[in-house]
Write a protein that binds this ligand. Structure first.
Ligand code: KIV
Length: 281
């Protein structure tokens, strides 16, 4: 059922937020219930991120996620008919082989998955691909700074742009991405001073994750934000809930109730009709 309250958020809404000086909220979602709740809570952008490889599949990085995974999870999110803008990640390999393949994959993610925009990582090496996807009428969100799909080249997930040369490169890439036509830009794990500079220099919204308070918006991984795991979390994560403890406690009480024969009780059981009751005696 479409939600009746509120207005559908589009790439235009997102662009206008910056002009209006309104901060943008974004969160990952990989399924129907989390998309429903994110939309209802008023999240601007739902990101079907390739972080799902680590968060849902238990992989050690995002590299194994493929186009079909993104389509599968995007379609669950799209079924929730969120008011939030649905942006899906282009996974590793889906835009690295050729411009044609990249456009074909982006089109699939939109047509089969129901994404309203795609996000892809990288600067100067990806300009031609990004331009071609935009020319295919698909809005693109850029992603600079720490690009997790580069993990094997980088060697570790670490803050980017701390030295002058790299900081300059990120600024130049951001400016060029705006010129090419990306509608927003994720800045991941860069110093807040650099994120501030970029945010001032470009007129498209910057969405930070580990990039400090000066960005035009923030994005976080849903499972980190709600405290779904008790594993290591990066410094930039703020846990707004401790869902892990809530689930753990519920499961412990469930096990206990089964063992003590407290569950199911009469309230949770069905009864025969009176006449059949007699028949079983
Ligand atoms: O995959 C993802 O969830 C992301 C965000 C962390 C920006 O790219």
């Amino acid at each position: 059922m479409p939600q009746l309250d509120g207005e559908k958020i589009t790439v235009l809404t997102i662009k206008n937020r910056k002009e209006a000086g309104e901060k943008i909220s974004a969160v990952t979602s990989y399924d129907y219930p989390s998309a429903k709740i994110a939309s209802k809570a008023g999240i601007d952008i739902i990101l079907v991120g390739d972080s799902l490889g680590m968060v849902l599949h238990g992989d050690k990085n995002t590299l194994k996620v493929d186009v079909d995974d993104i389509i599968y999870h995007t379609s669950m999110v799209a079924k929730a008919e969120p008011l939030s803008l649905v942006v899906s990640d282009m996974p590793f390999q889906s835009y690295h082989i050729s411009v044609e393949k990249a456009v074909e994959n982006a089109l699939k993610i939109v047509k089969k998955g129901g994404a309203e925009a795609v996000k892809l990582e990288g600067g100067r090496k990806r300009f031609n691909v990004i331009e071609a996807i935009i020319n295919a009428e698909i809005p693109v969100m850029g992603h600079l700074g720490l690009t997790p799909q580069s993990i094997n080249r980088l060697g570790a997930y670490k803050v980017q742009g701390k030295v002058k040369g790299k900081a300059k490169e990120i600024i130049q890439d951001a400016i060029e991405l705006e010129r090419i036509g990306v509608f927003a830009l994720v800045l991941e794990s860069i110093p807040l001073e650099l994120a501030k500079k970029i945010t001032e220099k470009v007129s498209i919204p910057t969405i930070g994750i580990g990039a400090g308070k000066y960005c035009d918006g923030q994005v976080m991984v849903f499972h980190d934000l709600i405290g779904f795991t008790n594993l290591y979390l990066p410094k930039f994560v703020r846990k707004y809930a401790d869902v892990y403890s809530i689930i753990y406690d519920a499961l412990e009480r469930y096990i206990n109730d089964i063992k003590k024969e407290n569950f199911p009780g009469d309230k949770e059981s069905y009864h025969l009709n009176k006449d059949i009751d007699e028949f079983l005696k």
